[in-house]
Design a protein around this ligand. Sequence first.
Ligand SMILES: [Zn+2]
Length: 302
Amino acid sequence: MKEYKSRKKSAELLILELLNKKKSLSTKDKQHYLNLKKGFEGEKLFDSLTARLEYECIILNDLLLKINNTVFQIDTLIITSHKVYIFEVKNYVGEFYFEGEKFFKIPQYEIINPLHQLSRSESLLRQLFSKHGINLSIEASVIFINSEFTLYQAPLNKPIIPPTKINGYLNQLNTISSKLKRNHKLYAEKLMSLHIEESPYYQLPDYNYNELKKGICCIDCDSFSISVVGVMCVCKECGHREKAASAIKRTVEEFKLLFPEQKITTNIIHEWCQVIDSKKRVRRILKKNYTKIGTNRWIYFE
Ligand SMILES: [Zn+2]
């Protein structure tokens, strides 16, 4: 297993995913959500390619780093014996072209030039390496992962890898890479220790408890039409069955993600889940999965 650090959905994406089910998002928020979702899918697709690399290397996915109070993100970083490769992964679909320093979607919609993003990350990473005594050179590229992406007038001297060239690019690293040394592992550990969990740049809409749709949501089809039959939750839309205990726990986790400051009580979770008749059942599941704090009517769970 070469993948040192795996990729997870960010809290921002998880929250937007939930809000999208539980309220109607503004056009702008919805677009932001869909962009994040698409970006994540593209990155996972790239992960499935790097996971197949057969030479010795260390893969760190989704690093968030900071140097001189500037935060920057690296989609994929691969440490090989002779170099560190970093990749900015773009899941763009459609036809694009470069003109001068600008990047357009056809017909003429300008978007942020990914090469600028890339060189910013590369330069910040270089500073971070020098600060922490990491002595490896860096090669940076933009990966266009989607097979429905077409680029016209691609500047040949720029580090742009279109979908048809990705495998070739990754495989040629194979011929130049040799065994990793102890230092490489130490560098990887150093980068892991510098990784920041929470991005300061989340763009989340305002929301409150009252406006959100309550209920247990089907894990397969997102429907809220769930009925409880014995120990199971059954979806009336798609027929998916899930143990009620796990559906309730999942729904408590959703609550925690949306309202990290709120205390978890039997009453509030009973209301949040909607379809569980008995408060006793809710309390039993909270007791089993969380730590009970306080006594009598002041009880809550963490
Ligand atoms: Zn369903």
